[in-house]
Design a protein around this ligand. Structure first.
Ligand code: BF8
Ligand code: SF4
Length: 630
């Protein structure tokens, strides 16, 4: 075991530089160059003090001009910007969830979309007081899909999923007026509140930001995750690989990118079809390799073991290998740069959703009813493109790591039952995990989430923080691009237990798990909320008392802020490594980093220094342990 070695970010950077050399030969642009053109960034934007929500502006706040034309001050402007940012993220995740509900509505016994986890569907139906006895599973799926879509516009009441939280948390939400009503309403309300001449009071804007975030994490995202499990199966531990070396030079390489598994599941299905493999062979390839980028990759890795080519800031790299026949995208986090970049190579850039349309792409509209034909024609197009490769441009770096992924809450509960040999819990509770935490074998848990951001050296914060935390016996649950950073580096290899403190190492050995557990895509952060709720209920503690924190060290998207807001609102202290454009208002920053603690028993910490960020999380975990006397 002594020879286990992580791939360092320096090695990854060297690979990127080698790929950029190929890019230079064909005149390709890349984010590394665009960053240079865009820096230094606009100071007003960075501080959040620029307002352009009406055409009397844009107004920018300076010491000489402390108010916009309407009289709004920096606090109102920063707060409104923060709320709009959140609403963008909540809308995005939630609309993804709605698409999954729509796919569920189209599920049929003959496929292509089927109910793969009927037990989970029945479990949710019972939770929602829907009669399941004697009902055909597809009738039930359609009924549940309609009910779930109803949550987006429900006339009265709150999100159904809130009942999964401990009673205490639900009471906090109601008291603070952040329990989300209809999902769409919380986004609409955010846009309404921030229209010219509405709210400029920081407290009210921050409150609605939490509520909009809640409509995502405990609404749209939760629907996305839960019904994806129903349709495509609840993830269980599965072995896969990560980093660019998963692409195979002799094969047709199809890269799926985006977020919605409805598309990528079908691509994987048909890439495995003997008829398609024969077709690839007839085009001169040895076979077909599907790999992924971003969260759609996490989805198919968790359920099918499809390898992960990379995370957000590696999306251009897959094209730069010169060996990508098609990069097939659905929605979100897709660089418009992929259009012009793919034109420098033979790569087909295939867009599939009306939500995400880009110049220089081939648009093949992907719909639930015609999914099978759509997927087949995409796979075929990729095969036909193999012959257009330019061999002199092909370079697939020889770098990849083994990774074990697929740790849904169900899988974690089941796996950790094996750790405490004293009492294997048949009912499947989180008690064995709690026992590890209370005994101090594991000091706590950190939910590592979020993106890459050129403001941080790519993956550096994710990896260094994870290394430090596991060395301190803190287990990591990871999602999104953070999870992929871990997998690429080797932290999801079970051999990474050697980097842990003695306690966590022992748990990894006994349970046969890696120290960083892949919990899925960013919508799957709703899984983390369920796990935290279960831990609280099983321990009798409040969520805020658990030695658990969240961290998005390299975040960049509106979705990440929406997530941060619901994680904090759920009672989990959240640490950010990139500033959320609120430094222009000490009041808004004050509400986010302290004020909200009075409502939800948790708050944000923003710390740009890597060392300090890690130390602060460890300190917070130890403080929480001391407070409950463990
Ligand atoms: O939803 S972590 S860069 S891919 S936003 Fe995007 Fe960020 Fe990656 Fe997934 Ni999440
Ligand atoms: Fe300026 Fe007020 Fe209009 Fe914003 S809303 S652009 S601060 S006048």
């Amino acid at each position: 075991m002594g020879d286990f070695k992580l791939t360092t970010y320096e090695e990854n950077e060297a690979i990127t530089n080698r790929l950029l050399e190929t890019g230079a030969k064909v005149g390709a642009d890349a984010w590394q160059f665009r960053v240079k053109n865009q820096t230094p960034h606009c100071k007003f934007g960075e501080q959040g003090v620029c307002c352009r929500i009406c055409s009397m502006g844009p107004c920018r706040i300076t010491p000489k001009a402390p108010r916009g034309i309407c009289g709004c001050d920096a606090h109102g402007i920063v707060g409104r910007n923060f709320l709009r940012f959140t609403a963008g993220g909540a809308a995005t995740h939630s609309d993804h969830g709605r698409e999954i509900c729509n796919t569920l509505y189209h599920a049929k016994p003959e496929g292509p979309y089927k109910v793969k986890d009927p037990e989970k569907l029945i479990r949710i139906a019972k939770e929602w007081d829907v009669e399941t006895e004697g009902k055909d599973i597809y009738d039930l799926a359609h009924e549940m899909a309609v009910l779930a879509m109803g949550e987006y516009g429900k006339v009265f009441g709150y999100q159904r999923w809130l009942k999964r939280a401990p009673q205490h948390t639900q009471e906090l939400w109601e008291k603070a007026e952040i329990a989300p009503r209809a999902i769409d309403r919380e986004v609409s309300c955010a846009m309404h509140m921030t229209h010219m001449g509405n709210t400029s009071k920081p407290e009210a804007l921050v409150r609605q930001a939490l509520r909009s975030g809640m409509s995502d994490g405990w609404g749209g995202s939760m629907a996305g995750t839960e019904f994806s499990d129903v349709l495509f199966g609840t993830p269980k531990p599965i072995d896969t690989e990560a980093n660019l070396g998963v692409m195979v030079a002799e094969n047709v390489n199809i890269v799926v990118h985006g977020h919605d598994p409805s598309l990528s599941e079908m691509i994987c299905e048909y890439a495995d079809d003997p008829e398609m493999i024969a077709y690839a062979k007839s085009m001169g390839a040895k076979g077909i390799t599907v790999s992924g980028v971003c969260c759609t990759s996490n989805e198919v890795a968790m359920r099918r073991g499809i390898p992960m080519a990379g995370n957000f800031l590696q999306q251009e790299n897959v094209v730069l290998t010169g060996a990508c026949e098609a990069i097939v995208v659905d929605v979100q986090c897709i660089f418009p740069a992929l259009g012009p970049l793919s034109k420098c190579f033979h790569t087909k850039f295939i867009t599939t959703s009306p939500i995400c349309q880009m110049p220089d792409s081939d648009f093949i509209r992907f719909e639930a009813d015609t999914a099978a034909e759509n997927a087949k024609s995409i796979v075929k197009a990729a095969c036909e493109n193999f012959k257009n490769r330019k061999p002199e441009l092909v370079y697939i770096p020889d770098v990849k790591h083994k990774a074990t992924v697929g740790y849904s809450v169900e899988a974690i509960v089941k796996t950790l039952d094996g750790v405490t040999n004293s009492q294997v819990d048949e009912t499947g509770t989180t008690k064995p995990l709690l026992e590890c935490i209370t005994s101090g074998v594991i000091r706590g848990a950190v939910a590592m989430v979020g993106c890459n951001n050129p403001k941080v050296r790519s993956d550096l914060y994710h990896i260094e923080l994870m290394k430090k935390l596991i060395a301190n016996d803190i287990v990591i649950i990871a999602s999104g691009c953070s999870a992929q950073a871990a997998a690429k580096a080797g932290l999801m290899d079970k051999a990474a237990k050697d980097l842990c403190g003695a306690g966590l190492k022992r748990v990894c050995e006994l349970a046969d798990i890696p120290p960083v557990l892949h919990m899925g895509s960013c919508v799957d952060i709703s899984r983390m909320m369920i796990l935290a709720s279960e831990l609280a209920k099983d321990s009798g503690l409040n969520i805020s008392q658990l030695p658990v924190v969240g961290c998005a060290p390299e975040w960049m998207s509106e979705k990440a802020v929406s997530i941060g807001n619901y994680v904090v609102a759920t009672g989990i202290d959240t640490f950010l490594g990139v500033d959320p454009y609120v430094s222009g208002s000490d009041q808004v920053a004050g509400w986010l980093t302290e004020g909200v603690r009075d409502w939800v028993e948790a708050a944000y910490t923003v710390e740009l220094d890597l060392e300090k960020l890690g130390d602060m999380m460890i300190e917070r975990i130890e403080e929480k342990r001391a407070a409950i006397g463990i």
